[in-house]
Design a protein around this ligand. Structure first.
Ligand code: G
Ligand code: G
Ligand code: MN
Ligand code: NA
Length: 254
């Protein structure tokens, strides 16, 4: 209960901060986008991971206003980077299942795009396949409505949930994010490597782009390049960064 109250106050007192993790084109090493990852900086200075508070935010439905704040602030930030000349950068934002299914989602996204002037086609919403457990038909309709607005959809943590290949056929998504555990073990475990290879090949057959998450080593990168994975994200290239640090990175690479 204390934590719940703290979470409410955190929103009012603007204690949340957004970090941005570069997403890199595997073939060239070029930064082509960033994933927004929220952090909570408590008044005593400690940084609290979203892994700790997002589940609580979901249970208390505080994820709705928090999620709106994340979307608005990250689009505003990304718009500044576009205006500074980095117009190729796409912005990836996580949506929890509750946010995705919420009645106001479409209005929220529309309002944020209008208010910030950020280009819909540069926004990618990351959704896990667990959204479909609520209502597959509604999930598909909602994804399609977002696509009609020009927004991109990525299926996050692919391979870890109750993955059904039926969803891959039915969901109007643009890309798949291969979950970290597969990437972690792919260099040492031939089975993981075979699965990554199969996922990349299947995704490409379905005209989806593929991003590998949690890439931490050069060996993993080399292997992913050989398998023709499109994009990589992970500590090997960069941790999630404060906005100013991310800005200096893209300015250096320009
Ligand atoms: O950045 P980190 O690895 O600590 O994130 C932990 C988890 O929190 C991940 O599953 C990530 O998707 C989730 N997460 C991070 N930021 C957000 C956010 O803004 N909204 C939602 N819904 N989840 C987030
Ligand atoms: O669930 P989602 O994929 O949105 O969460 C991304 C999470 O993974 C973030 O918390 C981010 O900090 C974390 N992350 C990003 N890159 C790496 C990595 O290379 N290794 C590990 N262990 N975690 C990573
Ligand atoms: Mn994600
Ligand atoms: Na993920």
């Amino acid at each position: 209960v204390q934590l719940e109250n703290d979470l409410r106050e955190a929103l009012d007192n603007e204690e949340f901060i957004l970090h941005y993790q570069p997403q890199v084109e595997a073939a060239t090493g070029k930064i082509i986008g960033m994933e927004t990852l929220i952090r909570w900086q408590a008044p005593d200075g400690t940084i609290i991971s979203p892994a700790e508070f997002i589940p609580l935010a979901e249970d208390t439905r505080l994820i709705i206003p928090i999620g709106k704040w994340v979307l608005h602030n990250s689009c505003m930030q990304a718009k500044k980077w576009h205006d500074a000349g980095h117009t190729h950068l796409k912005l990836a934002v996580n949506l929890s299942p509750l946010q995705f299914m919420h009645d106001e989602l479409m209005d929220t996204v529309q309002d944020v795009l209008e208010a910030t002037g950020f280009d819909a086609s540069s926004l990618e919403l990351e959704i896990t396949e667990s959204v479909a457990v609520y209502d597959a038909e509604k999930t598909i309709a909602r994804m399609q409505a977002l696509r009609n607005m020009g927004v991109r959809i990525a299926l996050d943590d692919f391979g870890t949930g109750y993955s059904s290949l039926v969803y891959l056929k039915k969901f109007p998504i643009n890309s798949l994010k291969i979950a970290r555990p597969f990437i972690q073990d792919m260099v040492d475990n031939p089975k993981d490597k075979a699965l990554v290879e199969a996922i990349v090949s299947m995704a490409h057959s379905l005209e989806l782009s593929v991003i590998a998450e949690g890439v931490e080593t050069h060996e993993q990168l080399t292997s992913l390049k050989t398998l023709k994975c499109d994009e990589i994200q992970g500590y090997f290239f960069s941790k999630p960064l404060a906005a100013e640090t991310f800005a200096s990175l893209i300015n250096k690479k320009m």
